[in-house]
Design a protein around this ligand. Structure first.
Ligand code: SAM
Length: 254
């Protein structure tokens, strides 16, 4: 069923969707009263809803039932990345959302070709919503920016697995890092992916000083987006030991 994002928190029996989402509903999909859709607001729940009224620039819906549908990875991963240019950013965000990345941080590194800024983050957030509609995720991947790499490196808690993607031959392979984690799974994973030109020796030193583990992702040089996909996929296979497994619950709205 078609999914739409509500910028305002959903609840009660009625919702009004405006802006681009309403335009998509009306002009592109030509929804009419009686059509059924799914709404989500990023809180983790989704709602079965029925179109009641199509107005000028807004669509009014009745909310039928509310469901908690958890499609998050069991071990959350936050990835700092020196962004590639142009449309590659959209692809990167789309795949990161599909692969369950919890937070993506646009990093500034010495060889970055994209200057992270609030405007960049705003654009990436739009891609997050598009991808979440498509892949069924009910929590939005958080997007931030950090102009100081050392702050990002220091922010990672010391009990998180901290992977600094770096292809230097001495770096342990990702398979070694994963098998170490399977013995003692962490509560969360942080990872960093460098720019096309790679990390500088000074950045590698900073990561080492901050306690990050250099990780080799294999014998081939991956593009930035591919490295993000590999890290996200590997993280999605790890189950934290502390995690309490819960069944998804269905809750009817009053
Ligand atoms: N020539 C660059 C270098 O020497 O690092 C290649 C950079 S690569 C296109 C972009 C980023 O992806 C790297 O900085 C690294 O973080 C990550 N990366 C790509 N391939 C990797 C690999 N095989 N192992 C570990 N990290 C890799």
């Amino acid at each position: 069923m078609r999914r739409f994002f509500s910028q305002t928190p959903l609840g009660g029996t009625r919702a009004v969707i405006g802006g681009q989402e309403a335009a998509h509903m009306v002009r592109v999909l030509r929804l009419r009263p009686g059509d059924e859709v799914v709404l989500f607001d990023g809180s983790g729940d989704e709602w079965q809803a029925v179109v009641e009224r199509v107005g000028r620039g807004e669509v009014e819906l009745s909310l039928k039932s509310q469901h908690r549908v958890d499609r998050e990875s069991r071990c959350p991963i936050q990835i700092g990345v020196a962004l590639p240019k142009g449309d590659r950013q959209r692809w990167l965000v789309e795949k990161a959302v599909e692969l369950g990345v919890a937070r993506l941080v646009a990093l500034k590194s010495s060889r970055s070709v994209v200057e992270p800024s609030p405007a960049v983050v705003e654009r990436l957030q739009r891609y997050v919503i598009e991808a979440s509609k498509q892949c069924g995720r009910n929590r939005l991947m958080q997007v931030d920016w950090q102009p100081d790499l050392s702050v990002f490196l220091q922010d990672a808690p010391s009990d998180a697995a901290r992977w600094f993607a770096h292809a230097d031959p001495p770096s342990p392979g990702i398979e070694q890092c994963v098998s170490a984690l399977q013995q003692a799974p962490p509560r969360q994973i942080w990872a960093a992916v460098g720019p096309e030109g790679g990390w500088t020796p000074e950045e590698v030193r900073l990561a080492h000083q901050a306690g990050w583990q250099p990780v080799n992702l294999g014998p081939r040089t991956l593009r930035i987006e591919t490295a993000v996909c590999v890290l996200a996929t590997v993280a999605s296979l790890i189950v934290p030991t502390t995690q309490v497994q819960t069944q998804p619950t269905d809750r009817k709205s009053p």
